[in-house]
Design a protein around this ligand. Structure first.
Ligand code: BEZ
Length: 400
């Protein structure tokens, strides 16, 4: 059993402990209020990377979540919001202490995070069936909505399987029969490679080399030499963030661009512009494209650009949707974070009007969503098809 916290403070303990500073309104609401007026804030813990190769991913998630909540008057269920933000540094061993800090010391109601699947698995183990509600705005590890699924764990992003499985048939359709796998060697990369292999081999494809590379290192030259010697029909990858930009530039510099087509899931997401000509023609399967022509996406992109100066990407979308989930869930219980079961049920039943398209949650609290087929054209990920319609993660091992 995890050695974290017992149950959170009960409402009575909360009131007793804070009685000099607060009074509780006896009438309609059970929500604590400050004596000087106004309701006590909903505490949202945040565990995201703000340094290292995934730094941009973390800041886009947080910026977009805050922007969404600000657009709703900076209130959750009528209560103000207080953020407790910790840089995860993508450090898995240190994540136990950081999660404990948010839960035990900061006494947060929610934790939004992480980006990295290793931390996601640890967080799901620690929080499963506990009193804090987790919203995972990125980490795709299958276990989070598989064997570690729980009524208090939600995801607004994707699973490893959900993004990679549709790439197998898409690559076969493009005529690629012999493929080399290149990916960062940790939980998410390994599961991405396995999900792709499952559908690709079942459709008659062959994996000619499986080449995991150390995370988060970006020395790719020796792998590219092997790719050139093997002459596969195409390469399927998982890299993201700063490392993905370096990967694409090095691939082009090695003379492989245009000769051996590159495919991926996240490779070109939020990175195509920075990689410049090196990203042109790369195809991918993902649950978003900045080029989606729906009113929510058009407004979201304009708002995000105005707020941050950055172009929106899938990571910003996932943070924005975490904000929507908090808003709609807490509206459903009028801000009463103590009504955990009702709150979780309200969250499970929302429909999210996302820039990726409207989605609902599966019984494992995971988005049922379209996976788009994209190609970089003119520095953006153009939608060239739908690789899988309303795809639900199989949630293997989930008892929910
Ligand atoms: C992950 O570790 O789950 C992950 C990180 C970056 C992009 C996508 C997935």
């Amino acid at each position: 059993m995890s050695k974290i916290f017992k149950k959170d403070m009960t409402r009575r303990e909360f009131v007793k402990k804070t009685s000099t500073a607060m009074v509780v309104t006896a009438a309609s609401s059970m929500i604590p209020t400050f004596a000087i007026g106004g309701m006590a804030p909903v505490k949202v813990g945040v565990l995201l990377p703000f340094t290292g190769t995934y730094a941009k991913l973390g800041s886009h998630i947080l910026d977009a979540m805050k922007m969404r909540i600000a657009q709703a008057g900076d209130k959750l269920g009528g209560r103000p919001v207080e953020y407790k933000v910790i840089d995860s540094e993508m450090n898995v061993p240190k994540s136990t202490q950081r999660i404990n800090k948010l839960v035990k010391k900061e006494k947060v109601d929610f934790i939004v995070g992480p980006v990295h699947s290793g931390i996601g698995i640890n967080m799901a183990r620690m929080l499963k069936d506990k009193n804090v509600i987790a919203i995972v705005p990125n980490a795709g590890a299958d276990q989070i909505t598989g064997e570690l699924c729980a009524p208090n764990i939600f995801r607004t992003s994707f699973s490893s399987w959900q993004t990679a499985y549709p790439a197998g048939p898409a690559m076969l359709k493009d005529g690629h029969k012999k493929v080399v796998l290149l990916y960062w060697n940790y939980a998410f990369g390994k599961q991405t490679a396995a999900a792709f292999t499952e559908s690709f081999v079942a459709g008659g494809g062959e994996i000619v080399a499986d080449m995991p590379t150390p995370f988060p290192k970006t020395e790719f030259q020796s792998y590219f030499t092997k790719v050139a010697a093997l002459e596969p029909d195409a390469v399927f990858t998982f890299y993201s963030g700063g490392g993905a930009i370096k990967f694409m530039k090095d691939y082009a510099a090695a003379g492989l661009q245009g000769k051996i087509p590159l495919w991926g899931t996240f490779l070109t997401e939020g990175t195509a512009k920075a990689a410049g000509a090196a990203s042109e023609g790369i195809k991918s399967t993902l649950h978003y494209s900045s080029e989606l022509d729906n009113p929510t996406n058009i407004k979201f992109k304009a708002d995000f650009k105005k707020t941050t100066g950055d172009d929106a990407d899938v990571f910003a979308v996932q943070g924005y949707d975490a904000g929507s989930l908090l808003i709609q869930g807490l509206d459903g219980v009028k801000g009463d974070t103590d009504a955990k079961i009702d709150l979780q049920n309200a969250m499970r039943n929302v429909k999210i009007d996302s820039p990726r398209g409207m989605f609902t949650f599966s019984k494992a609290n995971h988005p049922i969503q379209d996976i788009y087929l994209r190609e970089v054209q003119g520095g953006v990920n153009k939608v060239i098809g739908v690789a899988a319609k309303a795809l639900e993660d199989p949630a293997v091992g989930c008892k929910a």
